[in-house]
Design a protein. Structure first.
Length: 145
C-alpha cells in the first residue's frame, strides 16, 4: 500500500472516533457509542496480535472497525434491540474477528503477501458469514410477521 494511502486510512480511523465523540454526533443510535467502539477496537487489536506474521493494513483496520461497530455493536446496543448487549457479546466478537482474520490471512498468503488488506477481510467475512456469532445475534434475520 502506498504510504500516502496508509496515512489517509489511519486518519480516517481517527476521524471516525472524533465524530462519535462530538456533541452533535451523526451516530445517536445508542448512548455510549464511543464505548462500544472501544470494545470493537480492542477485539481487533487483540486478534491482530495473535497473527504476528501478518499485518492488518490501515484499510483493513478501518473496514473491520467501521463495519463491526456500525453493523453489529451499535444495533445490538440499541434500546430496541431484540438481542441483549453485554453478556458474551465481547467474547463472541473476538471469536468472530479471529475467524475473519484467520481466513483473510489465507487469502493474503495465497497472493504471496504478509499484509492483510480490506479486500482480504471482505472476502473472508463473506466466506465465514454463516459460521459467525453475528448470525446468531439475529441482526439480519428475515422480518418476523
Amino acid at each position: 500500500m502506498h504510504r500516502a494511502f496508509r496515512q489517509i486510512y489511519a486518519e480516517a480511523r481517527s476521524a471516525y472516533r472524533v465524530l462519535l465523540a462530538a456533541p452533535t454526533s451523526l451516530f445517536p443510535i445508542a448512548p455510549g457509542a464511543a464505548d462500544h467502539l472501544d470494545l470493537v477496537v480492542r477485539a481487533i487489536e487483540n486478534v491482530a496480535a495473535e497473527f504476528p506474521n501478518y499485518q492488518i493494513r490501515e484499510d483493513g483496520l478501518l473496514f473491520l472497525t467501521v463495519n463491526l461497530h456500525q453493523m453489529a455493536a451499535l444495533p445490538i446496543a440499541h434500546d430496541s434491540s431484540p438481542t441483549p448487549f453485554g453478556g458474551d457479546f465481547a467474547e463472541n466478537l473476538v471469536l468472530d474477528v479471529r475467524r475473519i482474520v484467520q481466513t483473510a490471512t489465507r487469502f493474503s498468503e495465497a497472493e504471496g503477501r504478509t499484509d492483510v488488506a480490506a479486500s482480504h477481510l471482505l472476502r473472508a467475512t463473506s466466506e465465514e458469514l454463516d459460521d459467525l456469532h453475528l448470525k446468531s445475534w439475529r441482526l439480519w434475520d428475515r422480518e418476523e410477521p
